[in-house]
Design a protein around this ligand. Structure first.
Ligand code: GLY
Ligand code: MN
Ligand code: MN
Length: 455
């Protein structure tokens, strides 16, 4: 009998490939993240829901980033409940709130029940009745989704205080419905979420483990290959979209599941529009072309921009602007100090901000056609954190530190001169606090860009 369960477990694990088609950080790491989140909840409970299936049939599914970070689970219809361990507490005198016994740490993955009909479309899935599901998912407990309200009710019965301390995702319709239902069944007038669970998760996600950095490195290496393939495709008469497509093909060939954002191939006037992604123009000799395109590898993003001359040779003025942007990127990277530097500062007042360093560099080194400093044309922030989201959440007043991954991406956009230049690399702050450029292998110097276009 045991052997039969064992074989069934192996077969199901293999056949439910859709959950495990991605490379993953080691499974225990997800458990550590859940335990680390529990430490940040002050005894409260976290409830998270998986991203819903796309309304349009046949659109690709992408898991909610926080949900994926905590679980590695890549299927819709699931939920997670995390209960930190709490000490025993006496009754609160003068209130209806009872005391409670000490409670251990618990974590539960709730899975929808398998549906043979939909599995004809989606392939086999796992549910809470699948043999070995806890070991396979790495969760201490796995229960059917239908049990979620009952579990919350039991928690409330054991500890009336606790149900008022539920952290959920802000604006989640499922969380609102669940809390409403729980309030009604407990005879409470209302239950608000005690906190936005994405806030404590943001801090955890900001500091990458070595396994996460490895996935970002894979996304970046595939994106470097894509950018090189794109560079070789650029020439007058080629449509921007052709280059975008060549890069998508290359990054997917290198193992990415999709681009990590809508590819931007902006030539001529389009090079001065920051997030132009129509990619419909035919490139002309004399244009600069900004290519901001990168892939996502096993749910981890990269984000890379290079700027090329469509003719294969920068004009003197294009080269001057290019060198200014490259100089600004290098100045910001050189000034970085782990634990002290911050990233964006729209007012350019903070001397510790990489944004301010790049802005000052550009103002000190270049002028527009009217003799005015060029800083006014650096119209977006210097960067952002990168991880499961291409723009991983972060509070930009907080310093950057060891383990973080972020972009440094100065740009100058001069519509009057029909010149746009952006250069964007992804950097990792190593354990010694030193900045490591994950995009080092891709050409930076203007002459090296020109040479790479010819290869
Ligand atoms: N690719 C989007 C950005 O650079 O932020
Ligand atoms: Mn970026
Ligand atoms: Mn970008």
């Amino acid at each position: 009998m045991k052997i039969r369960i064992w074989i069934a477990t192996i077969l199901l694990t293999l056949s439910c490939a859709s959950s495990f088609a991605l490379d993953s950080v080691p499974k225990p790491e997800y458990h550590q993240r859940r335990a680390a989140l529990a430490e940040k909840l002050h005894g409260g409970i976290a409830v998270l829901f998986a991203a819903e299936e796309s309304v349009l049939d046949f659109m690709p599914y992408r898991q909610d980033s926080d949900f994926y970070y905590l679980s590695g689970w890549n299927e819709p219809g699931a939920a997670i409940v995390i209960l930190p361990a709490v000490d025993a507490a006496p009754e609160t005198p003068g209130t209806a709130l009872g005391g409670r016994a000490a409670q251990p740490y618990r974590e539960i993955l709730f899975l929808p029940t398998r549906n043979p009909r939909t599995e004809k479309y989606t392939g086999p899935k796992m549910d809470a009745a699948t043999p070995g599901v806890a070991a396979t998912t790495g969760f201490d407990e796995v229960l059917p989704m239908t049990e979620l309200p009952a579990v919350l009710n039991k928690i409330a019965q054991a500890d009336r205080n606790r149900i008022r301390d539920v952290w959920t995702e802000k604006d989640s319709p499922q969380a609102k419905a669940l809390l409403g239902f729980t309030a009604a069944t407990l005879g409470l007038s209302d239950l608000e979420s005690a906190g936005d669970v994405s806030q404590p998760i943001m801090t955890l996600r900001a500091f990458k483990s070595p396994a996460e950095v490895e996935l970002i490195r894979k996304a970046t290496d595939a994106s470097i290959a894509a950018q090189l393939a794109g560079m070789r495709t650029i020439m007058p008469g080629v449509r921007e979209r052709t280059v975008a497509g060549v890069e998508i093909a290359k990054m997917m060939q290198e193992g990415c599941e999709r681009p990590s954002y809508a590819p931007i191939v902006g030539s001529g006037p389009n090079s001065t529009t920051l997030h132009y992604s129509d990619n419909s123009r035919i490139m002309k000799s004399g244009d600069t072309v900004v290519i901001d395109e990168a892939g996502e590898y096993s749910m981890y993003a990269s984000d890379i921009t290079r700027t090329m001359p469509v003719s294969g040779h920068f004009t003197a003025r294009q080269r001057e602007i290019y060198n200014l942007v490259l100089g600004a990127q290098r100045a910001a990277a050189a000034a970085f100090v782990a634990g002290k530097s911050t990233i964006n500062d729209p007012q350019h007042k903070r001397p510790d901000s990489l944004d301010t360093i790049a802005f000052n560099y550009i103002n000190e080194h270049g002028k527009d056609l009217h003799g005015q400093p060029l800083g006014q044309y650096m119209v977006h922030g210097i960067g952002h954190l990168v991880g499961i989201d291409v723009h991983d959440p972060w509070e930009y007043s907080r310093p950057l530190d060891k383990g973080m991954v972020f972009t440094i991406e100065p740009g100058l956009y001069l519509p009057e001169e029909n010149i746009g230049v952006r250069i964007e690399d992804v950097f990792y702050v190593g354990p010694d606090g030193k900045l490591i450029d994950l995009v080092e292998k891709l050409p930076h110097e203007a002459t090296d860009i020109e040479a790479a276009m010819k290869k």
